[in-house]
Design a protein around this ligand. Structure first.
Ligand SMILES: Cc1cc2nc3c(=O)[nH]c(=O)nc-3n(C[C@H](O)[C@H](O)[C@H](O)COP(=O)(O)OP(=O)(O)OC[C@H]3O[C@@H](n4cnc5c(N)ncnc54)[C@H](O)[C@@H]3O)c2cc1C
Length: 385
C-alpha cells in the first residue's frame, strides 16, 4: 500500500539522519552501551543538527514547524540502525509539548533558546516510588512560601528518563491536598532547575534494556522553586498531563512499530547468511511463514501508527485513540521481535546482535507512558464500559 505520511522534506531529513547515525553513533555505540548512557556532549550534536528545534518557534531559534513527522523519521532511522539517542527522546517528545502549551512569553524566552541547542536538557518527572499508574496518588509537595516568591518542593521521583543529564525537569507536585470529590485536584507542574539547592540525583538505574538512556531517581529536600517556574495554572496539572499523554503514547506506538519493522530487517538478513543442516535458515518454510506473518502484523501496525500521526498533527488524536494505537503497536512489536529473535537461534540472545538489544529495548514499551492494562482501561471507558 502506498504510504502518504512523508514528503520530500522528510525524506531529505531521513538521509541526513542516516548519515549522522553512521558517522556519530554507530562507531561509539558499544561504548555508550557499556557506560550505561550516552555522553552529555552528544546532546549538543543533536542540537547542532537541528533536531531539538524542529517544533520550536523561529524567534527562539527553532525551525517554527508544528509536526511530529520528523520525530517519526527519527524513530524509523534509529530503529533501523539498532541504536537509541540516549535519553534525548523525552526532551522533545515529553517536555516540549508542555513548554509550548503552558509557558508564558517570559518563560519561553528563558527556556527555549537553550532547549534548542541542547545546552539545557529537559526531562519529565511524574512517577514516584509509591505510585506510577495511579498518577493522582503522587505525594511530592510544593508549598507556596509566605512571601509568595517561591514554592518549597519536597518528595521523590523514580524511573526518570534523562534524569542524570537533565538541566531542567518538569516536576509534578501537589500544591494542595486532593479534595474528597476529586483525587486529581491540586497537582501543579514546575520547571525545576536541577542545580537548585536540595535537588539531588539518586541512583542511575540499571535497566534490562535502553542501556544508553540515563534513568534516575530524584529527591527534593526543601528545594526553592521560583514562582516564575510554575508552568501553567496552579492545581491544573492533571488536566495538562491528560492532554499531553496522547502525544507521548503516539511516540511510543510509532517507536514500537519502527522497532518491529527493524526486527524483520535484521532477521531477514540473518536467515540468509546462517546455514543449518547444509541450507540457509531462510530456505525453511517455517522461516518464510514466520517472517510473512510478522510482515503482515507490521504492515497493520504501520497503518495505525501513520494514521495516529496524521491525527496528532491535526490536533485530533483523542486519549482513547492514542491508547489504542499504543496498545496495538506495542503488543505487535512484542510478538514480532520475539519471533525474529527466535529465527536467530542462540545468536539472537547475544548483545552483540542488534536483535537482542531490540528485544530488551522494546520490552518497556508495554509499561511506560502507561501500561497496556491502563491503555485497556482508557479504551474501555471510551466505549462506555
Ligand atoms: C525505563 C523506564 C523509563 C521511564 N521514564 C519515565 C519518565 O521519564 N518519567 C516518568 O514520570 N515516569 C517514567 N517511567 C515510569 C512509567 O511511566 C511507570 O513505570 C508506568 O506508568 C507504570 O507505573 P509503575 O511502574 O508504578 O507500575 P504500577 O502502577 O505499580 O503497576 C503494576 C502492575 O499493576 C497494573 N495495574 C495498575 N493499575 C491497574 C488498574 N487500574 N487495572 C489493572 N491493572 C493495573 C499495571 O498494569 C502493572 O501490570 C519510566 C519507566 C521505565 C521502566
Amino acid at each position: 500500500m502506498r504510504r502518504t505520511v512523508f514528503n520530500e522534506d522528510h525524506e531529505a531529513f531521513r538521509e541526513t539522519v542516516r548519515a549522522f547515525i553512521e558517522a556519530e553513533v554507530v562507531p561509539v555505540y558499544d561504548e555508550w552501551f557499556a557506560a550505561g548512557q550516552a555522553p552529555r556532549d552528544f546532546y549538543y550534536k543533536l542540537g547542532e543538527l537541528g533536531i531539538f528545534g524542529i517544533n520550536v518557534p523561529e524567534e527562539f531559534g527553532g525551525a517554527g514547524l508544528d509536526t511530529h513527522k520528523f520525530e517519526a523519521v527519527l524513530y524509523e532511522e534509529t530503529s533501523r540502525a539498532g541504536v537509541q539517542f540516549g535519553g534525548s527522546g523525552v526532551h522533545v517528545l515529553l517536555a516540549l509539548p508542555y513548554i509550548k502549551m503552558l509557558a508564558t512569553e517570559d518563560q519561553k524566552k528563558r527556556y527555549l533558546p537553550k532547549f534548542v541547542t541542547g545546552e539545557e536538557m529537559w526531562a519529565l518527572a511524574m512517577t514516584e516510588p509509591g505510585t506510577g499508574s495511579d498518577v493522582a496518588g503522587m505525594k511530592t509537595t510544593a508549598k507556596l512560601s509566605e512571601d509568595g516568591t517561591h514554592y518549597v518542593l519536597n518528595g521523590a521521583k523514580t524511573f526518570i528518563t534523562g534524569g542524570v543529564h537533565a538541566d531542567r525537569v518538569i516536576v509534578c507536585a501537589r500544591t494542595s491536598a486532593p479534595s474528597a470529590e476529586d483525587r486529581r485536584f491540586g497537582i501543579s507542574l514546575f520547571a525545576v532547575d536541577t542545580k537548585s539547592e536540595g535537588y539531588s540525583i539518586g541512583r542511575k538505574l540499571d535497566k534490562l534494556g535502553l542501556k544508553t538512556s540515563d534513568t534516575a531517581e530524584l529527591a527534593f529536600v526543601d528545594v526553592k522553586v521560583p514562582v516564575e517556574d510554575l508552568l501553567g495554572e496552579e492545581g491544573k496539572g492533571f488536566s495538562y498531563l491528560g492532554h499531553n499523554l496522547a502525544s507521548e503514547r503516539w511516540g511510543i506506538a510509532f517507536g514500537a512499530y519502527a522497532q518491529a519493522a527493524a526486527a524483520i530487517r535484521f532477521a531477514q538478513q540473518y536467515v540468509q547468511e546462517r546455514t543449518v543442516f547444509g541450507k540457509p535458515v531462510a530456505s525453511f518454510q517455517n522461516t518464510k511463514f514466520e517472517l510473512a506473518a510478522c510482515q503482515a502484523e507490521v504492515d497493520a501496525a504501520q497503518a495505525v501508527a501513520d494514521r495516529a500521526l496524521e491525527a496528532l498533527d491535526a490536533g485530533e488524536l483523542t486519549p482513547a485513540e492514542a491508547a489504542s494505537a499504543k496498545l496495538f503497536c506495542t503488543e505487535v512489536a512484542h510478538r514480532v521481535i520475539d519471533r525474529c529473535l527466535q529465527l536467530h537461534g542462540g545468536y539472537g540472545y547475544m548483545n552483540e546482535y542488534p536483535i537482542a538489544r531490540l528485544y530488551a529495548d522494546n520490552r518497556v514499551n508495554r509499561i511506560y507512558g502507561g501500561t497496556s492494562e491502563i491503555m485497556k482501561s482508557i479504551i474501555a471507558k471510551s466505549m462506555g464500559l
